[in-house]
Design a protein around this ligand. Sequence first.
Ligand code: PMP
Length: 410
Amino acid sequence: MSHAPASSCPELHAIRAGIPALSRRVHDKPLIYLDNAATTPRPQAVIDAVLAYESTFPANVHRGVHTLSGEATHAYEDARRRIAAFFGGGELVFTRGTTEAINLIASSWGEAALGEGDEILISALEHHANIVPWQLLCERRGCHLRIADVDDTGALRLDAATAAMTDRTRLLAMTGVSNALGTVTPITEICRTARARGITTLVDGAQMTPHMPVDVAAIGCDFFVFSGHKMYAPTGIGGLVSSKAMLDSMPPWQGGGDMIRTVSFAESTWNDVPWKFEAGTPNIGGAIGLGAAVDWLSTIGMDNLANREAALLGDMVSRLESIDRVQIVGTPTQRAGAISFVIEGMHPADVGAMLDRHGVAIRAGHHCAQPILERLGHSATARIAPAFYNTSEELEATEVAIRRVIDVFG
Ligand code: PMP
């Protein structure tokens, strides 16, 4: 018996009606969108906010004396204030997303703080965005990348993370939720342990922010990074939340307009944070859209959303477990956002393509997290990533589609 929310719930019906992409048909079937870990569909409230900027006050920020520029600056900075508040406060630097935020930290903080023989500790669960920038930094600075392993269920345990910390560990950079398996890590406890040892901490929040209330101060990390498009905002916007003291202590990253206070050919001086890290014209419409997305999420309530998603995930796991030849990859007890699976004798790409014919959108592949799949003995999986707006009817239809795919494939 399913405990997942049904589409008959009037509140859910209204939410779904406010997300235009959900009314699409694909291959003449109603779209069942279960690829939310890759990106989330945009609600009309977000689209309207971006449209208002683009059509009514499409001006640059912090520059002009005219009315439109004042309106754009106000909307951009007010979005920053609301987004930072959504994460419990702190300084918010806008970036293109998680990847750019991690590269900013690696180049600015990393170049200044790390040297020969220092260690950066990540986990086996990381997305490539939280692996490759550190590999590049290690090459430049002569430091070493260390990996905290997971257990065979794909769970990262506090003792494994603690055991991997050494006297040379300078940075711990770990995800709060794995995009490939859905594992929720004990990130607050890990950060507490690391900070007690004087280790700087970075949390990849890309898969946390869409699924749970996030209070960066309560997590207690030095850097928290996230992507807007995974939390119902447009692509090309996201951010880094940190403290003013930390950001003040870091050298600028990219140079250009807006990040300076004065420029002469002899020398330049820098703007205050957060603008010191926002060189050039930013993604103004994106920031305004992200502001609208956090307002929209706040109205729904992150606790409500998390409760709904827990029910949906439990329901989908049970459905997958009931199908012969399906193996779930990664069975952590704490899960959010995603379920990876394989079907015996079928390539995940074929599973994804055949489900698409049924209108079901999932992801298949390595999910930009090749090491964790390899750790669990796979090169690719199919991944179902539901969100709170999905319904139990959609999950049931997905189960039926998977059974059909298996029957047809033989
Ligand atoms: N980290 C995690 C855990 C992710 O899921 C993703 C996106 N799949 C990223 C980092 C990179 O995010 P973006 O591509 O938005 O920069």
